[in-house]
Design a protein around this ligand. Structure first.
Ligand code: GUN
Ligand code: ZN
Length: 640
């Protein structure tokens, strides 16, 4: 069973429970060749900290000695590994060498007989050069075999492999059907040749297509991916598990893996690595070693690169900055950059899973950063939800943030003349009243703007001005102060509500006289009082609102179900009323448009108000997980 602990992008930190222990994901399973124990499984566990390994049941089955030992002692004892063991089924051998002399039935029964924790169906490896017809036909066969494996798996977990070659629609369809079966882990298969050929843009197509079809509540394993240069990016795309045979294969060829590529010992001029395997060695000392010792040192080096990169990836998810790490890593190779650039095609899908705000600022790492879903969401919401306060616009080009703090008197000058200040930013147009919301204030860009950003921003400004139908758009320098009266905070509170909740909900929230409570220390808006009722509180860190019970009741009354709602079962209501969080298994229905970290209204099955809180997961995730927090509840009206 899978439980999500933390998320960033499509990445998640999870706890995956198996009968041999809990695996913290993202995780990589080193491939152990049962015939050549280059680094022993025990060392992989105790020294390197790998909680799980993968080995090949087909190799074991075809070796009389190994087969007998595995069936009498069990796999864990034979390999002397105390953690989780996954086995593959022989499919990869069919890709490498052609025929496999075993049936799916035999392979499942054999894997059960040796005590594998997670066995694999004998799926059909769909090659990238296959025709659509060939791919479709073999997917049907793989699905049939998977269903049969589920029927006979007993208490062994099963890998249901998503196949589909490079055909995104076939992949998604295969994934959707796999998701309905009783499998436990979803590897994405058939991708090794693409990775070997550095076809990363197509790899992105495949991962996204598979993710779209799969259920969120099961781990996704990218079969055959184990290069440290790829791990951050693949994790960002929602892969939880990886495996690596290359740490050993590359070592056999005297090749060192790093996060910026693979390098041959004979080509390297210097050894700039301080991992426990390299420490104390020089390039020369490694070159002088006999073949076996050298292979051993390099294999260990490769494993340390993997473990330290995975630790960094986990930290980045925890600190909500995996986008930045993945973008940096994708600069290791132009083909990886192609993969990153491919994400632009999937911005709608990515946006659905993107948290509404983070604790961290957005760091711009290059032109590709603007394809992040957080940029896309801003543009989309601005065009759909923004209503100008004045029908004329004054354009500003300053870059000191927050803008309204640095350009207070200039904003005041143009507003008294009846103009809305619009700042030109790398996000495109930013109306002054939205300058404190995430990610506008919480983002850092270089001062020297690149050509591509310049051109894109110009286009965004044009479409914004066209859409808003301003009567006039002028440079702020041309405007002299006038005598129009306005209240910047009143403009801000409405603009923020429209951006966050949309126009319909804002109309429901704001009625009668609007009073604002300001922070005595900062002068910023804290509470919004409408007709004497405290409806909203503004958060200092991301500039968005937390919804108060009075505000929530107004939305329930005027905005049709299911907008902003999370419905919990009756049994859960008393607990939530006490301020306990709403867990996935107690959610009965939900607004499918809710994004992670959005404000939600918890209601009972008759749409009666129960509590307010923040959604941790989206509806498709909550539906699929049976554990973990779905909504963080705000107890007794205090903020979360
Ligand atoms: N190892 C690498 N790719 C694959 C695949 O597509 N299927 C299986 N079973 N194992 C793999
Ligand atoms: Zn090293």
């Amino acid at each position: 069973m899978l439980e999500i602990v933390k998320r960033d992008g499509l990445a998640r930190l999870c706890k995956f429970e198996t009968r041999s222990g809990v695996l913290r994901t993202p995780a990589l399973l080193p491939v152990v060749n049962p015939k050549i124990l280059l680094v022993t499984p025990k060392e992989l566990h105790n020294e390197f900290g790998f909680g799980a390994i993968i080995t090949n049941s087909y190799i074991i089955k075809n070796d009389t000695n190994l087969k007998n030992r595995a069936q009498t002692e069990g796999l864990h004892k034979m390999l002397d590994f105390p953690g989780i063991i996954m086995t593959d089924s022989g499919t990869f051998q069919s890709h490498m060498y052609g025929e496999v002399k075993a049936t799916n039935d035999e392979m499942i029964e054999f894997q059960k007989s040796i005590g594998t924790d997670i066995g694999t169906v004998l799926d059909i490896f769909t090659e990238p050069y296959w025709t659509r017809g060939e791919v479709a036909e073999s997917i049907s066969e793989t699905l049939e075999r998977t269903q049969h494996a589920c029927d006979i798996k007993g208490d062994m977990m099963i890998n249901g492999v998503v196949q589909g070659s490079i055909y995104s629609d076939l992949r998604e369809d295969c994934a959707r059907k796999m998701a309905t079966m009783n499998v436990d882990v979803h590897p994405i298969g058939g991708t090794v040749p693409l990775m070997e050929q550095y076809r990363y843009a197509e790899l992105v197509d495949i991962i996204i297509a598979s993710k779209k079809g799969l259920a969120a509540g099961r781990p996704v394993h990218l079969f055959g991916a184990g290069h440290p240069m790829l791990l951050a990016f693949a994790t960002l795309l929602g892969c939880d598990l990886f495996d690596s045979a290359s740490y050993a294969k590359f070592a056999r060829d005297d090749r060192f893996m790093f996060t910026d590529g693979t390098f041959r010992l004979s080509d390297m001029q210097f050894l700039d690595c301080n991992c426990p395997a390299c420490r104390g060695n020089t390039l020369e000392s490694i070159k002088r070693m006999d073949k076996k010792s050298r292979e051993n040192v390099i294999a260990r080096h490769n494993l340390y690169q993997i473990t330290s990169e995975l630790a960094l990836i986990r930290r980045c998810i925890e600190e909500e900055r995996l986008w930045e790490l993945a973008e940096i890593r994708c600069r290791a190779h132009p083909s990886l950059l192609d993969g990153l650039r491919r994400l632009k095609f999937y911005r709608d899908y990515l946006e659905c899973k993107e948290p509404i705000s983070r604790d961290r600022a957005v760091f711009y790492t290059g032109g590709e950063s603007r394809a992040r879903p957080t940029f896309y969401r801003y543009t989309k919401r601005l065009l759909e939800r923004y209503v100008p306060s004045f029908q004329r616009a004054a354009v500003f080009t300053g870059n000191k943030k927050p803008y309204s703090k640095h350009y207070t008197s200039d904003f005041n000058r143009v507003r008294t003349a009846g103009y809305t200040p619009i700042i030109v930013s790398p996000f495109g147009p930013v109306p002054a009243e939205l300058d404190e919301i995430y990610p506008i204030a919480q983002s850092l860009f270089p001062d020297i703007v690149d050509q591509e950003t310049n051109e894109d921003v110009k286009q965004m400004m044009d479409s914004f001005f066209e859409r808003m139908k301003f009567e006039e758009v002028v440079d702020e320098n041309e405007i002299k102060a006038g005598n129009v009266e306005y209240d910047a905070n009143q403009i801000r509170v409405r603009a923020t509500a429209r951006y966050q909740f949309g126009i319909e909900a804002t109309n429901a929230l704001f009625r009668g006289k609007i009073d604002l409570v300001l922070s005595r220390k900062t002068g910023k808006v804290r509470n919004v009082i409408s007709d004497g009722e405290h409806i909203l509180s503004m958060r200092a860190n991301d500039g968005f609102y937390t919804l108060r019970p009075e505000g929530a009741e107004r939305i329930i009354e005027l905005v049709p179900y299911p907008k902003f709602r999370v419905v919990v079962v009756d049994d859960a209501v008393p607990y939530i009323l006490q301020g306990r969080n709403a867990f996935c298994q107690f959610v009965a229905d939900m607004d499918p448009d809710i994004r992670p970290m959005e404000e939600v209204i918890v209601v009972d099955k008759d749409d009666n108000f129960v509590a307010t809180g923040r959604a941790i997961l989206t509806w498709d995730e909550i539906r699929s997980f049976r554990r973990g927090v779905a909504v963080k509840i705000r107890s007794g009206g205090s903020e979360v």
